[in-house]
Write a protein that binds this ligand. Sequence first.
Ligand SMILES: [Fe+2]
Length: 363
Amino acid sequence: MGDDMGDTSDFSVIHSPAGDTLPVAKRRNAEGGARNGAEPAALLEFIDHHRGWLQDQLATRGAALLRGFGLATPAQFEAAARAVEPVLKNEYLGTSPRDALTPYVFSASELPPYYPIPQHCEMTFIKDPPRRLMFACLVAAKRGGETPLVDMRQVAADLDPAVRGRFETGGIRIIRNYGGPSGSGRFDLWQLKRWDEIFQTTDRAVVEAKCAAQGVFTDLRWGPGDRLRLISEHEALRAHPETGVPVWFNHAQVFHLSAAPAELRRIYQRTGELRSLALWRFAQAAVAAKRRFTASDEQALHCTHRGGREIADADLEHLRDVIWKHMIAEPWQAGDMVVIDNNSISHGRLPYHGPRQVVVAWA
Ligand SMILES: [Fe+2]
């Protein structure tokens, strides 16, 4: 079969239980697996020769997995990402701690391994979110650590119409409370980075100018003890910029106070791991205390509908059930690369054991 010089890849599809699909291009190899060394050159060649296939997958399914090409370093990944999208971006306005490995390749998240990251399209809360997101796995975790994908067009279509209606009329209001340069370093899973870290300045006027340039903040307030509160509001759904199809495009399932226990419960149900059971119980108690003793607008991170009206717990639970139903959680293999249309497909992270290195680039 090796005589066809033009095509050394096998094409297949991974299915979610709900029937969502993730197309896969796997490098064909006599020994049944990619080897390190010259393989990343084959990936550049693949991307160049199958550009049409890749664009079709992104336009229809919204993502594609490129497997067996032996990507092994951040620099190789940057070259491959550039082969897909020549102009990469590196400004990061998210909430997850990240390290830069090349000017355009970052660790996907430095959050601890036990910490779940719920599904989200990247940076839904800014004016101009990335169009494309690319991940590569340089080291696969011993267990867990998947970067599950969900088609947020399917989520929008599958939501109970009454729930969807409440989000459509209520919108999303995000509350963030940051400490400042003099701030305390107390340990809190919900504590955001300090504002001087996020904005890379200790000058309040610069912070205000950067926020104004974002054009999404409806309220910016300096508080006692060097604190900064930012409020932003936007729609819960967004029309896909190319097709007009409605997409669930917000971070409610990530930023709402209930996120950690709600995710950990589902992870425990999926994996049966006692670590997730213990964390779920701990997070449940911690969130109950936060709800009881701290007002919504004082939470480190939370979201409500516009005007501060709380989102119904049952609506969030229904939303999470729909998201989990459409999840494709393919275990990483070292050397994998995933290309995502960020305007339609969300990503997350399941907890893991052992070393893991997943890197990200975007355009
Ligand atoms: Fe993300």
